[in-house]
Each structure stands twice: as C-alpha cells, then as structure tokens.
Ligand binder design. Structure first.
Ligand code: NAP
Length: 351
C-alpha cells in the first residue's frame, strides 16, 4: 500500500518535531512537505530546525526544503501546528484549496461546524465535516481539530465516568509542563524555583472545550454537555507532562470500586479499530499513593495513555483523582495523528 503524503505546518516547532518523530516509521503516513515562517523558508529542514528531541533528526526529512504555510504543497493532507495568530487564515486557505487540515492549533476548535475530535471520546463528531463542506463550499478540503493539551487529558479521564454515571460538575486544577509553551517558552528565570498561576486564555479554553468534546451531535451542530466546569491553570517546572487534579459530582451514585473499574476497563473506537497510534490501555489506573508523576508516567502507552491515580471520595463533590498525559504526544502530535488514522478508517482521507 502506498502511504499518504503529509505536509506539516509549523515544522520547526516542538510539536512538529514530535510529528516527525512519531511519523518516522508510520505504516500509513510519510512526511512529504514542511512549512514554517519566513525565517526558515528556502532552507533545508536540517538547516532551519534545531532538533530538540532525544535521538537524531530523521534522515529522510533533513533535505526537505521548508516552504511557506500556503497552498500548493505537494501532499495529500496537512497537519497544522502553527501559532494561533497565523493558523486561522492559513488553515482556511488550505481547506479551500482542497486539502484536509488536521489541526492542533486553537483558532478553529470552537467553530460550530468544526469537529473537536478525540477518537476515544467523540468519534461521531466527524459527521460535522459534511456540514462544514456544505456551509463553506469546500470540496475535498475540511478542518478537523484536536483539543487543548490539558483538556484532552481531563476529558479522557472524564469520558468513562460521564458515559456510565453522568458527570454534572467538574472542578479541575492543572499543573502544566514548560514544553506546553513551545520553544524557548517560559524564561528560565521565571520557571526555576517557581509555579506560575496563569497561562493566558487556558482556563477559558479548557472550560469551553470540555463541554464541546462531551457534547452530542444534533443535526449539523454539537450541543454542549450539560455540565458545570471550573478550571484553574498553573505552569510548573516540569519539562513534559500535564497533570490535572480533578473533582467530580456525579448524576448517579457510584461506589469507589465502580469508579476505579470504570476507568480501568475503558476501551473505545480506536482500540476496537486497532488504529496504529491507539494505546492498548487508553486509561491506566495506578493504585500507588504517590502516582501519577510526570517523569514516571508521561511515556505510558508510548505517550498516548492517560494515567489516573489518587482516586478517592471527596468531601465537597463526590470523587477526586489525578490525571496525567504527555502534552506534546497525547496532547498534540499523537492526538492529531490518531485523528488522521480515524479519518482514514472512516473514508474521509484519500490520496
Ligand atoms: P513553537 O515551538 O513556538 O513552534 C512554532 C512554529 O510555527 C515554528 O515552526 C515556527 O517557524 C512557526 N511559525 C511561527 N510564526 C510563524 C509565522 N508567522 N508564519 C508561519 N510559521 C510561523 O510552538 P509549538 O509548541 O510547536 O506550538 C505550535 C502550535 O501548537 C500552537 O498553536 C500551540 O498552541 C499548539 N499546541 C502546542 C502544544 C504543546 O504542548 N507545545 C500542545 C497543543 C497545541 P520558525 O521556526 O520558522 O519561526
């Protein structure tokens, strides 16, 4: 089988380096085109990009010449990880020109006709693509997004509980890694020996995205989940791995054993379809008193599993627990690649 040829927008950034690493031996996708800012355009990828992940830059991308993030690009579809300010127009331009855009950036996430997709959570939201094409007059192109890097970790943990018992309220406090701010990100003098209780726009994004992610398709729109959500976000001195301390109120009663079993046994569409990047266990429950921890648990399931621990009854809401996921894999590049695998399985991508 010939592989899909993919373009990557924002190619020199920390998320795109993850894309390139995760796609190196992918059986369905191969990197064919790379695009970044005018600082990088016209240079070979090896010259334009300082590789910041463990291991070497893959040989096959080194000589690809970095282009502008505008069509035409010689590829079947694009992954986008452009900064928010440039992503909106660039992604629309690609979709209009007939390219499926699988985006990791925020500007289109809350679009009424744009799927905000996690294959384990809301695969049926793919249906919005048809409405989007109709509304916008796109032919072969469309835009699909994956959520904010903390929202995805939180929603993965909420989903089995919401399906089984209904979550009526959720209060969450995040502890987010430095790599979530891109490179060079937070200044070392701000980050060292410190916690910063502010990440611009993050609390609003998390609160809104959770409701859309857990919402239902009604005709051509998503109806938000009927849930109260409150989020507070902190930047902490950790390289990779976003942690979230979560409290939930349930619509139906559940025992502690039922909560644990529901989380630990969660399986969904990507596991049933055996998608290439789907972790065997989407949620790993740890019973040790001091887990999850970023250094020990962020790479679980090759960075695609969410680890949940500290499950206990809560005196204010019903239960509390801690969830952790890798922000540039499950929270970004891995999430978008899993979305692309689902889109192939559902016939939305063609060569
Ligand atoms: P980053 O490391 O700062 O990389 C930004 C990339 O965008 C670079 O390739 C840069 O190219 C390019 N770029 C910057 N300005 C541009 C312009 N005006 N025109 C075209 N290209 C431009 O950022 P990142 O962390 O990879 O994040 C990228 C996107 O993913 C953001 O929207 C972010 O919100 C989202 N995201 C990040 C994470 C995470 O954990 N880091 C998680 C989820 C989503 P040059 O090198 O040529 O300047």
């Amino acid at each position: 089988m010939t592989k899909f040829r993919v373009g990557i927008l924002g190619a020199t950034g920390v998320v795109c380096q993850r894309f390139i690493q995760l796609l190196e031996d992918h059986p369905q996708f191969e990197v064919a085109a790379l695009a970044a800012s005018d600082r990088s355009q016209g240079k070979s990828y090896a010259d334009a990009c300082t590789w910041r992940l463990p291991g070497d830059m893959p040989e096959r991308v080194k000589q690809i010449v970095v282009q502008a993030p505008a069509p035409p690009l010689d590829c079947d579809f694009v992954f986008s990880s452009l900064p928010g300010g440039v992503a909106k127009d660039a992604e629309e331009e690609f979709a209009r020109a007939g390219y499926p855009v699988i985006s990791n950036s925020s500007p289109h996430r809350m679009g009424a006709d744009v799927p905000l997709l996690i294959p384990e959570v809301n695969p049926e939201h793919i249906a919005l693509i048809d409405a989007q094409r109709k509304n916008r007059g796109y032919d072969r192109g469309f835009i699909v997004t994956n959520p904010n890097c903390s929202a995805i970790v939180i929603v993965m943990a909420l989903t089995p509980l919401h399906m089984q018992f209904g979550v009526s309220s959720c209060v969450v406090t995040t502890m987010q890694a430095l790599s979530g701010a891109g490179y060079p990100g937070v200044a070392s003098l701000d980050a060292t020996d410190n916690v910063i209780p502010f990440i611009g726009g993050e609390e609003e994004k998390i609160e809104a995205e959770i409701l859309k992610l857990l919402g239902h398709v009604n005709g051509d729109v998503i109806e938000d989940a009927p849930m109260n959500v409150s989020a507070q976000c902190n930047r902490v001195n950790v390289t990779d791995g976003h942690m979230a301390s979560i409290r939930v109120k349930l619509a139906q009663p559940a025992s502690l054993d039922e909560i644990r079993a529901t989380l630990a046994s969660f399986m969904a569409v990507p596991q049933q379809l055996n998608l290439q990047s789907a972790p065997e266990e989407p949620i790993i429950v740890r019973d040790e008193a001091d887990r999850p921890q970023p250094r020990l648990d962020r790479d679980a399931g090759k960075g695609m599993s969410v680890t949940v621990g500290r499950i206990t009854r809560d005196n204010v809401l019903d239960y509390r627990f801690v969830a952790l996921g890798h922000n540039t894999i499950r929270g970004a590049a891995g999430a978008a690649i899993l979305n692309a695998e689902l889109l192939v399985a559902r016939g939305y991508l063609s060569k």
